[in-house]
Design a protein around this ligand. Structure first.
Ligand code: PGA
Length: 254
């Protein structure tokens, strides 16, 4: 049985003081959650603050990006080792905003993923098509290439530590969500692809999250789908109330 995993991607929001407030509020509102894994992904500057607040509970912490070397002359980058030293255990890799504005490619996503795995940080790999690609009818071709690129040289044992987040770019921050049927269709495709790349047991164990305008009002219907095991939440995770409502929707389906 796969468990639900709800991750909040804070993007470039929240100073340390604000991060402390929000984390305390999320912690306070999720004390009854037992079956759903919660992950908070603040900006790198707040990783340690958030980690120290959640260290006595089951909430996990993740970074939003990393570089694939342990150290060196790479101004502005942070390594997996640095992320882990804050107490964080996850890292988002290849978010569409990183691909669009900061030159992440399938190749760099693969390098980052391999290095994260090698250093025991759990990657959340983001994939997704643009509106033009969906309208052209090439969504699955795009996802196929993104998966093959991101997962090159990864073993089946490593694969079960990965989370794949399907985030249609046209649904991110736009208020336009994929319908539960559209999302399920793509998630089923991803699972079948994982089966052909690895094996059935692995593909059945991997957590597949949906992301793109997930809100308390649509979370339940999305999470109810067979192959949707969680959500990567942007906008709605910046308020403890809406983030905890999404987590409760997952918990009610567990
Ligand atoms: P959104 O962002 O929930 O604001 O659409 C999701 C994401 O970018 O991960």
């Amino acid at each position: 049985m796969r468990k639900f995993v709800i991750a909040g991607n804070w993007k470039m929001y929240k100073t340390n003081a604000e991060a402390e407030q929000l984390t305390e509020a999320i912690k306070g509102k999720t004390t009854s959650i037992e079956k759903t894994q919660i992950i908070i992904c603040p900006p790198a500057t707040a990783l340690e603050t958030v980690s120290s607040i959640v260290k006595d509970c089951e909430i996990a912490v993740g970074a939003q990006n990393m570089y694939w070397e342990s150290q060196g002359a790479f101004t502005g980058e942070i390594s997996s080792e640095m992320i882990k030293s804050t107490g964080a255990t996850y890292v988002i890799i290849g978010h569409s905003e990183r691909r669009q504005y900061f030159y992440d490619t399938d190749e760099t996503v693969n390098k980052k993923t391999l290095y994260a795995l090698q250093t025991n940080l759990n990657p959340i790999i983001c994939i997704g098509e643009s509106l033009e690609q969906r309208e052209e009818g090439i969504t699955k071709d795009i996802l196929n290439d993104q998966l093959e690129g991101a997962l090159k040289s990864i073993s089946a044992e490593q694969m079960i530590r990965l989370i794949i987040a399907y985030e249609p770019i046209w649904a991110i921050g736009t208020g336009k969500t994929a319908t539960p049927e559209q999302a399920q269709d793509v998630h089923a495709f991803i699972r079948t692809k994982l089966q052909s790349l690895f094996n059935a047991a692995t593909s059945n164990s991997v957590i597949l999250q949906y992301g793109g305008s997930v809100k308390p009002t649509n979370a339940y219907d999305l999470l109810k789908q067979n192959d949707i095991d969680g959500a990567l939440v942007g906008g709605a995770c910046l308020e403890a109330e809406s983030f905890s409502e999404i987590i409760k929707a997952a918990e009610s389906l567990s």
